[in-house]
Structure formats: C-alpha cells, structure tokens
Design a protein around this ligand. Structure first.
Ligand SMILES: O=P(O)(O)OC[C@H]1O[C@](O)(COP(=O)(O)O)[C@@H](O)[C@@H]1O
Ligand SMILES: [Mn+2]
Length: 635
C-alpha cells in the first residue's frame, strides 16, 4: 500500500513539474509533437567491444573506421561513381585526416577540384548518416567552429531550388578560397564518425598485455557517449590506484612480463628504479632462468597475496597459499600431492620458515610504489573516469552486459556467496559488489574493504574472474597440465538457453530479443569456436584484440553492432600499423555475421530512452486534457 502511495505521490510531483515547464496548451502540444517525432525515428546504433588489453593502434583504427561501418556507407553511396581505390582513399581520409592530408599535400594532389569533390562526398556522407537523427540531435553533435555552416550545407542539399544549390557551391568555394578546407574536412570527418556510432559499450579489460591502455582511456574520455563494464584487469588497476599492495605488485608483474615499462614509467610517472636496482643487485651472481626483476616482483606479489588471503578466509582462496610448499634445496614444489620441478630454484627472497613475510627492502619498494600510484595524477584521473562510466554490469536496451560471469554452483543454480557478513547470489551479489567497489573508490581514507579489490581481480567466486588463476604455476612450473585454470560452472551452463534465460530473468529481462553480452573468454575462431552460445542468447565478444592471444583466436577482435535492423557481429582481421593504413589506404578486413534481423525496424520507442519519452508523452497528454478542460470551464 505504502509503495503505491509513494508512486502516486511521485507521479503527482512529476506532473506538477511538467505543468511549470509547459504552462500553456501550445507548450504542451509542441513538446508532444517533438517527442512523438523522435519516438518514430530508427533506434541509434550501439557498438560493443571487449578485452582491448592496451592494444592502442588496433583500437584507434576501429574507433576511426567505426568497426567497418564507414566503409559500408562509402560503398553504399559510391559503388557506381568511384572505383574501389578511390573509395578506400576517401575512407582513409575519414580515418586519419591529419596524416592523409599531409601525404596528399606532399604528393601535390590537394588542388581545388580535389577539395571540391571531397567536400561534396563528405557532406553527402554526413547527410546519409544524420538521416536517422533529429535535426536537434545532429546540431548538438556539430563542432563549434563550423557548426553553422555544416548545418546549412546538410539541410539545403535535398532542396530542388537552384538558388540553394548555388548557395551551397558558394559556401564550398569560399571555404576552399580562404584556405580553410583542411580544417573543415577535419571537423566534418569527426562528425561523420560521431554520427556512425550513437553509443559505445566497453565490456571490460582495457588494461594489461598491450602497452597503451593509458592512450585508450584518453580516447574514451573524449568519446561522446559510452559505458564500461569493469573487467578483472580494470578492477586490478583500480585497486592498485587506491593503494592495495597486492594489486600494485600484480600490475607490475603483469606489465614487466610483457615488457611494458612504458605505461608505468612514461604513462603514469611510476618509477621502477628501486625494484630494478634491488633485483639486479640481488641476483647478480645467481644463475637465473627467469628474469631477476620478474622473479623479485613475483615473490613480492605472492607474499602480499598470501598475507591478504590469510586475513580474509571469506575469499576462499586458501588453495593459492603455495610459497609454503616450495622445496628450494631440491628445486621442487608439491601441489596436491604432485611434485614438480621449478623453472628456477634461485628465489633468494623466499625465507621458507616465514614464507609470506616481506623483507625490509621489499616493504620499502612496495611502500614507495603505493605512494607513486596514489600520487600519479594521470592514473587517478583515468581511474576516476573508469568509476564514473563503469559498473559491474549494465542493463541497456533489453540486453545484459558484463565482463566475467554470474557465479554458479555445480547444480546449475546461482552460487550463494558470503561476503562482508552477507550471503548473496545472482543480481543481488553483483549489486553488492558494485556498491563495495564504489565505496572503496570514493572513500577518502583507505577503505576497510580495500583487500576485496584483489579478490575481485582473481577470485574464483569473483564475477570479474570466475576462475582459479594459476599465476604461481604459470610462473614457476613448465608442465602445461599445471597451468590449466578450472573455471566456475557458469562457463559450462552459459552454453544452454535455460540457464541464460534464468540469468536474464534474474535481471528482469523477459523479451525474446534480450541477450547477454559477455567478454573475458577468448573465442578460438580458428578452432571453429563460435561467439554465439545458448542458441544465440549469449554473445561472447572476446576476440583477442590482445596481440599475444591472436595466435589462439585467429582474429584480432570483435565488434558487436546493434542498430535498428538487428544485431550483427564483425570479426576484425589483423591490423598492421597506422603508416601502412595511410600510405596504402589499407583497412582492417572485417567479416560480418548477422545474428538477428528484425522484421520491423526498431525505433527509438523500443529503446530505454524511448520508454521514458513515452511516459512523458502520456503525462503531457494528461496535462493537455486538463488545460483543455480548464479552458472550457473559463468560457
Ligand atoms: O581476464 P584475462 O584476460 O583472461 O586474464 C586473466 C588470465 O591471465 C592470466 O593471468 C594469464 O596471463 P597471461 O596470458 O598474460 O600469461 C591467467 O592466469 C588468468 O586467467
Ligand atoms: Mn578478463
């Protein structure tokens, strides 16, 4: 009862607010007409990407070619007018305007006719891409500098009036004559890219393996509309930025193994000098099968992890306490009754009688690093952005998006997990984690929950990870069998429609068009694996942007595209580099796969935003009837 009363009160307040905003019959009527017009437009295009893993160049290219959509539109418009080379050259200009204009200038190709034809093509392309938006939305996307002129050019094109056409020509000629064409082209191509993708979803793992996650975040910070679902690598960096020592050691370990000093030292101003000096001095006289710096940071990491696991039994990670099983005299380790030879038995910082205790120098190194992570302005800005735009999961236009998993039990039910004296499962578990992450990140002091960030990074029951990470075995043991990482039963059940529907229902999604969009698990396309699970209910879009994983997957990343016609997937091929892309007009080759096509084109009305607009229209109509009744009463 109480609930209904509250809803009713809320509705009345909303109604009163509308009344003050639209005080006359005409105001209310105009807004209804505007909203109805927007509701009938095609739904905006959403792109989904995942597991970018610091691969800046490939990501930058896909952002520039809008996952291949620009080329599709250029081909659609100019298949009969331009040959394939000219079409591709136009595409390259849109992707890399600065570089391409410079090259063409050197080749002395930038004459008046070139500018005239190119500007006309770009305006035609902009007109095509803007046709699914309202004028007001397009106006909001226009650049400050040339907004007015672009608006004039776009909206005078389809007129039959010859004067207007000469008006357009005159504008184009003026732009060229006063040498403003380069600047104009650059603004126009940015608008084209903006219009091609209405909203971007990043399904996690921006960081690690590749070396330019910082550059990727800079790009994302400038992006017009996006959301992020945190991946295990992102929460690892978030924990590190807040000063979690085990997270910091792991960030260093991950990046040193991939020779990515640059992101730490140049990207975020975090010096590794103390660690490198200590490690090189320490191991100067040993035989080292493993790089001394990596050995030193790995041991620091295993010690800090051990301390954290012992003070948090709830995390259920005791099986990762492995330093105590080392036998450094024989160079072996015994795990679950099986003895393995170590890759390198010279681990000088392990004291077997106190295996998890950091020595003085290790503690000094880590204390310094904590300070450096916390004081890196750029890192803190990037992490703040991840917090603002990110969440554990997102429900968006009928789909459910998350990076890792919803932990399951062996019997196919959601796992019930004890965390901070609560026992939770399914959606409630994820909501709770979301609130804990925010609590940790926004707490001015160091949060009592900070240890959890490490559990979120690699706990089997963490929704970001969902597997038993065998970092220790991968680091010290050669036998591949020891590297295998058992994963949560979720990764079995996600193959079945029944369980995927159970997940969707848990998040109040009951439409037959709803899907789970998942990352984290690389799809080995070359072994015949498919990103579509459970009869298409779940779409796994980790296609391996990460170069190091491309041998396994056989492709170089996926983009999922959800527009008014349906859902389709683009599998991207290998990207060489920006220079070849510009010099040879070389694009990434992307294969398109249709997942679903709708019989009736989806409109804004069918989207989350549309539902809110529809509610507003209902209230405005109520307001309108009230105004009309009042006017009858007066006369
Ligand atoms: O989320 P992702 O990309 O799968 O990364 C986590 C995985 O990375 C690992 O740490 C291995 O890392 P590498 O592939 O870089 O050696 C695994 O232990 C873990 O399962
Ligand atoms: Mn991941």
């Amino acid at each position: 009862m109480n609930h209904i009363y509250t809803d009713h009160k809320f509705e009345e307040k909303y109604f009163q607010l509308l009344k003050s905003q639209y005080p006359t019959i005409q105001d209310a009527s105009t807004e209804i007409i505007n909203l109805e017009a927007i509701l009938s437009l095609p739904k905006g295009t959403e792109h989904f990407m995942s597991d970018i893993h610091g691969e800046f160049e490939a990501f930058y290219h896909i952002m520039n070619n809008c996952s291949g959509v620009i080329k599709e539109k250029v081909d659609l418009l100019y298949a009969d007018q331009l040959n394939a080379d000219d079409r591709q050259e136009l595409c390259t200009l849109i992707y890399y305007p600065d570089e391409k204009l410079m090259m063409l200038k050197k080749e002395k190709k930038l004459h008046k006719d070139w500018y005239r034809i190119t500007l006309i093509h770009l305006i035609e392309l902009t007109t095509l891409l803007s046709s699914k938006y309202t004028r007001s939305k397009v106006r909001k996307a226009l650049p400050k500098q040339f907004g007015y002129i672009i608006d004039e050019l776009l909206h005078s094109r389809d007129s039959q009036d010859l004067n207007i056409s000469s008006y357009q020509n005159h504008i184009i000629d003026t732009i060229i004559d006063i040498s403003n064409a380069d600047a104009f082209i650059k603004e126009l191509v940015e608008l084209i890219k903006h219009l091609a993708v209405d909203h971007l979803h990043i399904i996690g793992d921006i960081f690690d393996r590749g070396d330019r996650a910082d550059g990727i975040i800079d790009l994302l910070m400038k992006y017009h509309s996006l959301d992020i679902q945190w991946g295990n690598h992102d929460v690892l960096w978030m924990g590190a930025a807040k000063g979690n020592q085990a997270c910091i050691a792991t960030v260093l370990y991950n990046n040193l193994r991939y020779h990515n000093h640059a992101i730490l030292e140049n990207g975020y101003g975090i010096s590794l000098r103390k660690l490198i000096t200590y490690a090189n001095d320490l191991y100067a006289c040993s035989e080292n099968a493993i790089d001394p710096v990596i050995k030193t940071i790995a041991v620091i990491m295993f010690k800090l992890e051990g301390q954290l696991i012992m003070r948090n039994p709830d995390f259920q990670m005791q099986n990762r306490l492995l330093l105590e099983h080392l036998d450094l005299n024989h160079g072996t380790i015994t795990i679950n009754h099986q003895t393995y030879q170590l890759k390198d038995k010279h681990l000088l910082t392990v004291n077997i009688s106190h295996p998890y205790e950091s020595n003085y120098q290790e503690q000094e190194i880590i204390d310094n690093l904590v300070e450096a992570f916390q004081n890196s302005m750029r890192l803190q800005k990037h992490i703040q952005f991840l917090c603002q735009k990110g969440s554990v999961y997102k429900v968006y236009n009928g789909n459910l998006l998350y990076h890792g998993c919803i932990p399951f039990q062996e019997d196919g039910n959601f796992a019930s997990i004890k965390l901070c004296h609560h026992r939770l499962q399914g959606k409630k578990y994820l909501d709770f984690i979301d609130s804990i992450v925010r609590h940790i990140m926004y707490d001015k002091n160091q949060s009592q929950y900070l240890d959890m960030m490490y559990f979120f990074w690699r706990g089997e029951l963490s929704p970001f990870s969902g597997r038993v990470c065998k970092t220790f075995e991968r680091f010290l043991i050669n036998e591949e069998a020891a590297h295998c990482e058992p994963s949560n039963p979720y990764y079995h059940f996600f193959n079945y429609e029944k369980e995927c529907n159970m997940i969707l229902h848990e998040f109040n999604l009951f439409s037959p068009y709803s899907h789970i969009i998942n990352g984290h698990l690389p799809i080995r396309v070359k072994n015949g694996e498919t990103p579509l699970k459970a009869n298409g209910k779940l779409i796994m879009i980790d296609g391996g942007f990460c170069k190091a994983y491309q041998k396994k997957t056989g492709i170089a990343g996926y983009t999922l595209i959800y527009n008014s016609h349906g859902l389709r997937m683009k599998a991207h091929g290998h990207f060489e580099n920006r220079e070849t892309a510009c010099l040879e007009n070389k694009d990434i080759t992307s294969k398109s796969q249709i997942i679903e096509t709708y019989q009736k084109r989806m409109t804004v009305k069918d989207s989350d935003n549309g539902k809110m607009m529809n509610d507003k229209v209902k209230q405005l109509k109520r307001l309108l009837s009230q105004y009309i009744a009042e006017s009858h009463y007066t006369f």
